[in-house]
Design a protein around this ligand. Structure first.
Ligand SMILES: [Mg+2]
Length: 260
């Protein structure tokens, strides 16, 4: 019996599972198309807020995977869903992020304020970007201190780059939390909102068996298990470090193993 037979649907991480830096991982497209043929719904769940669900879906399609933008959930799209629930579409908000994320904010119908109008912001949304500066720190923390809804895509302090670890969204968020004295809600893995967003895409009846498949023990597997789902770890050629408290429900070397 294949692992896939034990589940009704899957949440699937992108980087390290479907592709590595957008280079497709061998067998992943065939495995995904086999799940589709078997009527097992799939949602792609990624913490990357930089490119839109539509762009992620286009890359998946280029790799021969049948999907569409509505099946891709990012930390950015989840953050915007949270904000819409809290302050309503069309609300004035203060946002830090890349131009890619800012265009998603505009597409979602929000009115993104300049830094000097922070006092009108109903919500403050944080994603990391390389031009983050003091005026953004000041606007974000003062709006949060004044009571704005406060949320971020993630809390990872660093991100791996070819020359080492660069400061990530978590480092910027820590500065705003320190300056404002408040703690943000986090949309991305390992926190719950992005798993809930993925489950909504699957649209399965209550009690259905769903597993998250990812390559990170803490964010993918640990986050899924905290959200009440199974967690399947793609180890590649690595093994689980000794002393780790999280135990995956299955360990596979690549996505192809779940339909084998
Ligand atoms: Mg990954």
């Amino acid at each position: 019996m294949a692992i896939a037979d034990s589940y009704d649907g899957f949440l699937i991480d992108l980087d390290g599972v479907v592709w590595l830096g957008h280079e497709p991982i061998e067998g992943s497209a065939d495995a995904l198309n086999a799940l589709a043929a078997d009527d097992k719904p799939v949602a792609f769940v990624t913490n990357s807020p930089r490119i839109t669900p539509a762009e992620q879906a286009r890359i998946l399609q280029e790799h021969g995977i049948e999907t569409d933008r509505n099946r891709v959930v990012t930390a950015g799209s989840t953050l915007l869903t949270l904000a819409r629930e809290q302050v309503g579409e069309g609300a004035k908000i203060y946002v830090t992020g890349t131009s890619g994320f800012l265009s998603q904010v505009a597409d979602a119908g929000f009115d993104a304020l300049p830094a000097d109008r922070w006092n009108e912001a109903a919500a403050v949304l944080i994603t990391g970007h390389p031009q983050f500066d003091y005026s953004e720190l000041k606007a974000a923390s003062m709006a949060v201190r004044a009571g704005a809804f406060f949320a971020a895509t993630g809390r990872d302090p660093t991100m791996p780059m070819p020359d080492g670890l660069w400061p990530g969204t978590g480092s910027i968020l820590a500065a705003i939390e320190t300056a404002s004295g408040r703690t943000a809600i986090v949309a991305g893995k390992p926190e719950r909102p992005i798993f809930d967003a993925g489950l909504e895409v699957l649209d399965l009846p209550a009690g259905s068996r769903v597993a998250m498949i990812g390559d990170r023990l803490d964010t993918d597997v640990g986050g899924a298990q905290n959200a009440g789902l199974d967690g399947i770890l793609v180890t590649g050629n690595d093994s689980i470090p000794p002393g780790t408290e999280i135990t995956p429900d299955y360990e596979i070397s690549s996505l192809a193993d779940i339909v084998a």
